[in-house]
Every structure is written in structure tokens, then in C-alpha cells.
Design a protein around this ligand. Structure first.
Ligand code: 1HE
Length: 265
């Protein structure tokens, strides 16, 4: 079913699924625990900017024993303040392509999800973690600060107090704790994160594209608005979504008894 595959020593992209609807992106730098150097972040940006139009959902995973060890610290040593600012902004731009790109992204997590690795994971729309996963923000111990959107995205999941604790004290959350506090939505046995992430991506790919678009682009903005503005934006989005032919066809299929009921798995 693989339609296309390309890989470098930093990243690989595979387009798969019956209708070439799933993009599988892997960080392929296991000897450095998938630490993100400038080339890898540029490759992430490039992949999400150029996904084929058949793609409806993506999975991102890491090769080797860890999802991602964060920023490649060997590149940090020589930067001055101005270069540091530009470097952080380059992460902002690249990770924006993941969060507000063309399709929902499911992260398959295992091993270390730390520093910039956690920032990358929290840019994705759904996180599936296996039992080996652990989360940390070692920036606090390294004398630096997050720079890949972590202070914007991570408090939305776990609250500013928990994030500050992780950075003040070097606290590491294990897989069970991480799921409990909201760092991952799914927790699966060791070695099963990728399989589960693919299952979820295939399910997402079946949704009406406008519904997925609304969840990626309208929902997070509505959640930031005051209630009055939020209710109004929600009504606008609801009206647009339900006017699409696909929505009408799906509702008709249910009323004709041809679409699945809501049921507990
Ligand atoms: C690295 C990096 C890295 C590994 N930059 N080279 N992130 C951190 O502070 C996490 C640092 N890494 C670790 O704590 C550990 O490496 C792990 C827990 C992730 C994995 O441990 P382990 O025992 O499996 O691997 P290792 O032996 O520590 O590392 C293997 C190699 O990867 C080794 O290089 P080698 O040449 O000696 O083989 C390590 O130096 C290298 N490596 N992690 C560079 N991060 C936009 S702001 C974001 C700011 C941050 O992300 S700060 C947090 C950085």
C-alpha cells in the first residue's frame, strides 16, 4: 500500500493507506536519540509544507529507543542572543506547520519525550504513548528555557504549575503519570504506540475534511476567545460545516439507517 517513500539520515516520509491517505513521518537519527538539529527541524517544516493532496492524516514517530531527546545541544554552544532568538523563531515557524498544517497529526511516543521532543509532541493533535514513555523538560537543569512553543502549548495540557515544577525540579513523568496529567490521550503496552497511532490516523482520515479542518483551526482559536466571541465563531463554523454536501450525505445516511450508531467499544 506504500505509494511513496523517501528517507534521509534525519527524517523519512512514507505515504500509505488504500487511497494514499496516511503520511508516516519518522525521525531517523536514533544514534543521537533523534535530537533535533537545524537540518531536522528544516526537514519537518519541509515535509508538512509539501504533503501530497491525497493525505488526510499523519503519524509522527521516532526510530530507535526514544521518540526525541529535544534540541541538539551540540548546536547550542556557539550562538549569541540574536542567533538564539532567530533559532527559536525558526522552531516556531516549523512547528506551526505541524499544528496548523493541512492534516491532523498523531504522535506515536516511546522512550524519551524530552525538551524540544515534548514541544514537538505537544504540537501534534493526538499523542499515543507506550509504557516506556517518559516526559521531562531538562531545559531547567541546563540553564536554558523552552524555545519551541513549549510555554504556550504545554500549560494548555497540564497547567503552568506542573510545567514550572518539571523545569524547576527536573521532575520526570512516567508513561502512566503522563497520561493521567494529560500529556498523552492514549496509553498502550510497550511497542504498540505506532500501531495504535496508525489506527487512530486511519479513523481520522475517514472524517469529512471540513470537520478535521474545524478541529485543527477553529477549535483552538475558539478556546482562546472570550465566551461571547467563542459562541459566535462556533456558530459560524457550525454553519459552514453543516452546509457542506458531505455533511448532508452523512446525516442522511444515519437517518436512512445506513450509518453506524454511537456505541461503547
Ligand atoms: C544528544 C542529545 C541532545 C542525546 N543533544 N546530543 N535535551 C536533553 O537535555 C536530553 C539529553 N539526553 C538525555 O538525557 C539522554 O541522551 C536520553 C535520556 C534522551 C537517552 O539516554 P541514552 O542513555 O539512551 O543515550 P545517550 O548515551 O545519553 O546518548 C546517545 C548519544 O546521543 C550521545 O552521543 P554520542 O556521540 O556520545 O554517542 C549523546 O550525546 C547524544 N544525545 N541527546 C545532542 N539533546 C527549542 S528549545 C528546546 C530545548 C531543549 O530541548 S533542551 C533539552 C535537551
Amino acid at each position: 500500500m506504500t505509494q511513496y517513500k523517501s528517507s534521509t539520515d534525519l527524517i523519512s516520509l512514507e505515504i500509505t493507506g488504500e487511497s494514499h491517505e496516511i503520511a508516516v513521518i519518522r525521525l531517523t537519527r536514533p544514534t543521537k536519540r533523534n535530537a533535533i538539529n537545524d537540518g531536522l527541524m528544516a526537514a519537518i517544516k519541509d515535509v508538512f509544507e509539501n504533503l501530497p493532496s491525497t493525505v488526510r492524516a499523519a503519524v509522527i514517530a521516532g526510530e530507535g529507543d526514544h521518540f526525541c531527546a529535544g534540541l541538539d545541544l551540540s548546536e547550542l554552544q556557539e550562538r549569541d542572543a540574536g542567533q538564539g532568538l532567530m533559532h527559536s523563531r525558526s522552531w516556531t515557524v516549523a512547528l506551526d506547520k505541524v499544528q496548523f498544517g493541512p492534516v491532523p497529526v498523531v504522535a506515536a511516543l516511546h522512550g524519551a519525550v524530552v525538551g524540544g521532543g515534548l514541544e514537538l509532541a505537544t504540537t501534534c493533535h493526538i499523542r499515543v504513548a507506550d509504557e516506556t514513555t517518559f516526559y521531562a523538560l531538562p531545559e531547567g537543569s541546563r540553564g536554558i528555557f523552552v524555545g519551541g512553543g513549549g510555554s504556550v502549548r504545554i500549560p494548555k495540557l497540564i497547567g503552568a504549575a506542573r510545567m514550572a515544577d518539571m523545569m524547576f525540579t527536573g521532575r520526570v513523568y512516567n508513561a502512566v503519570e503522563g497520561e493521567k496529567v494529560g500529556l498523552a490521550q492514549y496509553l498502550v503496552p510497550k511497542g504498540q504506540a505506532f500501531e495504535k497511532a496508525m489506527e487512530i490516523a486511519k479513523r481520522i482520515a475517514q472524517n469529512a475534511p471540513l470537520t478535521n479542518y474545524a478541529l485543527m483551526h477553529a477549535l483552538p482559536r475558539i478556546a482562546e476567545q472570550n465566551a461571547d466571541h467563542g459562541f459566535f465563531t462556533e456558530s459560524m463554523m457550525a454553519a459552514i460545516a453543516q452546509s457542506a454536501p458531505e455533511a448532508k450525505a452523512r446525516v442522511k445516511a444515519f437517518l436512512d439507517g445506513k450509518a453506524g450508531k454511537v456505541k461503547v467499544e
